[in-house]
Design a protein around this ligand. Structure first.
Ligand code: RIB
Ligand code: CA
Length: 314
């Protein structure tokens, strides 16, 4: 195995974020998790930074460096999603006060310092929430943009349209200006939109296989997914809900189960009606520069087999 790929996970846990963090921690041969930076998103920062540490302790990894980043979007008031994730943002399992420390350094400074100290082109940024931390880092330290290997992000939608407004997906809608900064930065981007994540549903049989692991991490994750899916099951009438965020991590481990197209993606910032929409030139009807690999299809069973097997290692 070549050297594990160095990553920073930027996240707003969130039960699906928890699955992504556990998948990464269960894959040390492929991934070297340098740190977890948290951001306001599904719930306020005070909860997302706590939840990230709870997830690491469920995974038996109190050594992970967890940082708090931005507590509000660049320009707009915070928008949260307790209606999906519960008041804690991690409803489902019995929770606890984490004992592992929150790092003193701000998450934005950790992103900047890490990119400046590691060899250029070796650190991947995995964003699972609003892109406020990464955009702020790019604004404060433009020199780091060229040093990023890749930004692999969950967010946006095109054929699947929006999940928080008819036009916009939550992570982009919460901080569209941040997404605009990142998508215009020139950094290589791999995008996991709702078009892809709505194809990885937490079917009962899949969640029960995770629960059958019997481990602290497996049972806690199954409890999280049982809670997390109920909103989408009700809304879409589907068997299970879309498991958005771990698709970012699965891509780094098994890119071959994904397919998509290199496209131009731009973010709507002006219209109240379509604010936060990711306008994907999928059919290349413009000459706009292609700035993102937009993923659209995935082998869903291979994804869940990978997730279950890796969480089983915790
Ligand atoms: O729209 C889905 C995204 O919003 C996921 O990252 C979920 O955790 C929430 O942050
Ligand atoms: Ca998230």
């Amino acid at each position: 195995m070549a050297n594990p790929r160095k990553i920073i996970i930027d996240t707003d846990p969130g039960q699906d974020d928890a699955a992504a963090i556990m998948l990464a921690l269960g894959s040390p041969l492929e991934l070297d998790l340098l740190g977890v930076t948290t951001v306001a998103g599904n719930v306020p920062l005070s909860r997302t930074q706590t939840n990230a540490r709870i997830v690491c302790e469920f995974a038996g990894r109190p050594d992970v460096k967890v940082f708090a980043g931005c507590e509000r979007p660049l320009k707009r008031p915070p928008v949260t999603a307790e209606y999906v994730h519960g008041p804690t943002g991690l409803d489902g399992p019995e929770l606890f006060e984490p004992t592992m420390p929150l790092q003193d350094m701000n998450g934005v400074d950790f992103i900047i310092d890490t990119l400046r100290t590691h060899e250029a082109g070796t650190v991947t940024l995995c964003t699972l929430g609003p892109m406020t931390n990464v955009a702020t880092a790019f604004q404060h330290a433009p020199d780091i943009i060229a040093r990023v290997k890749e930004v692999v992000m969950m967010g946006g939608a095109y054929f699947e349209v929006g999940n928080i407004t008819p036009a916009a997906e939550f992570n982009i809608y919460v901080d569209p200006e941040a997404a605009d900064i990142v998508f215009k930065s020139g950094v290589p981007i791999v995008m996991m939109p709702l078009d892809l994540t709505h194809k990885v549903l937490t079917l009962k049989a899949r969640v029960e296989k995770i629960r059958a692991l019997g481990s602290r991490a497996g049972v806690a994750l199954a409890d999280m997914l049982d809670f997390f899916e109920r909103f989408d099951v009700e809304k879409y009438g589907s068997d299970g809900g879309p498991l958005h965020d771990p698709t970012v991590i699965a891509y780094l481990i098994k890119p071959e189960i994904f397919s998509g197209r290199h496209c131009n993606v731009e973010i709507e910032l002006a219209s109240e009606l379509t604010l936060g929409m990711t306008v994907v030139d999928w059919w290349r009807v413009t000459k706009r520069e292609k700035n993102a690999m937009v993923m659209k299809d995935i082998d869903a069973q291979a994804f869940f087999d990978l997730l279950t097997e890796r969480v089983g290692r915790l």
